[in-house]
Design a protein around this ligand. Structure first.
Ligand SMILES: Nc1ncnc2c1ncn2[C@@H]1O[C@H](COP(=O)(O)OP(=O)(O)OP(=O)(O)O)[C@@H](O)[C@H]1O
Ligand SMILES: [Mg+2]
Length: 267
């Protein structure tokens, strides 16, 4: 927390408007991580993510999926090209306003050694009522397990949430995302397997949260994205295919291979 950010905010930034539609554009983005100069992680990446639709990003491990999510949040700056939200270059708007419009459910959610309630309301820059916290917990399918704790919403979750199961942590992260009522929702699905019950609880929570929002899901379980409006398939930092699920299956290209590989691995 003491670490200084390498990002330089412009001295004059504008606020990202409150009522954005939630269109996300990558325009010829080239990116390398500051710790690995010379190693291109994203190569001339261009795509448009439609507002209020669900877009799934898929690809092998290391393809650059989580990196895309990080660039939308402007955790790093691109080397070439630009990332736009509703036509605003993310470098031109204040980080505060950018992060207020976007919620992220990260691949490994970080919880704080504080109460369940504080973890859900964390980072919201306004007063949050207990009713709102309860509503977010219900939407995220957290309410039942929280009410089983003897201290309910005052239960302390342990360092990094160690006193919760993986599925419970994910659902708390979803509640945290929900309470912000974001226009853009980023979900970086956990690679760790959940049991069938938790998996169903997590995915129904997400489905409820997605309604009316631009949702970008990094998906590992390809069976869960059949309803996506658009699938972006990546390999080695580039988009190799994009289109609807059924279209890409029919094409029998890179996405088809990925699905096949997963089906044989699951057998
Ligand atoms: N913080 C970092 N510093 C340096 N390199 C990184 C960092 N994070 C990721 N990378 C590298 O960038 C590339 C893309 O990583 P990324 O995390 O985007 O992959 P991914 O598609 O999300 O993979 P997975 O499915 O395993 O989550 C990888 O080669 C990875 O080693
Ligand atoms: Mg990842």
């Amino acid at each position: 927390m003491k670490e200084e950010s390498r990002l330089v905010e412009k001295t004059v930034t504008k606020e990202l408007p409150e009522s954005i539609r939630g269109e996300v554009v990558f325009d010829n983005v080239q990116f390398e991580y500051p710790s690995r100069p010379g190693e291109t992680t994203l190569k001339n990446l261009s795509f448009t993510i439609s507002p209020q639709k669900m877009t799934a990003v898929v690809g092998d491990s290391g393809a650059g999926k989580s990196t895309i999510i990080k660039l939308i949040m402007r955790m790093y700056d691109v080397k070439e090209g630009a990332v736009y939200i509703d036509g605003h270059d993310v470098r031109d708007v204040s980080l505060g306003s950018l992060h207020n419009r976007i919620s992220i459910v990260p691949q490994t959610p970080d919880l704080f050694n504080a109460s369940v309630k504080e973890n859900i309301a964390y980072g919201v820059d306004r007063e949050v009522s207990m009713d709102e916290i309860i509503a977010a917990a219900k939407l995220a399918n957290c309410y039942d397990f929280i009410m089983k704790f003897s201290n309910k919403f005052d239960t302390i979750v342990g360092n990094r949430g160690t006193q919760l199961s993986v599925g419970q942590k994910q659902r708390l992260a979803i509640a945290r995302a929900a309470i912000r009522k974001p226009q853009v929702l980023l979900l970086d699905e956990a690679t760790s397997a959940l049991d069938a019950e938790n998996e169903a609880l997590v995915s129904t929570a997400l489905e409820k949260l997605m309604i009316g929002r631009t949702t970008i899901v990094v998906a590992h379980r390809l069976c869960t994205i059949q309803n996506a409006d658009e699938v972006i398939c990546m390999k080695d930092g580039a988009v190799i295919e994009s289109g609807r699920y059924a279209e890409l299956i029919e094409k029998k290209g890179g996405f088809f291979k990925l699905v096949q590989k997963q089906m044989t691995a699951g057998e």
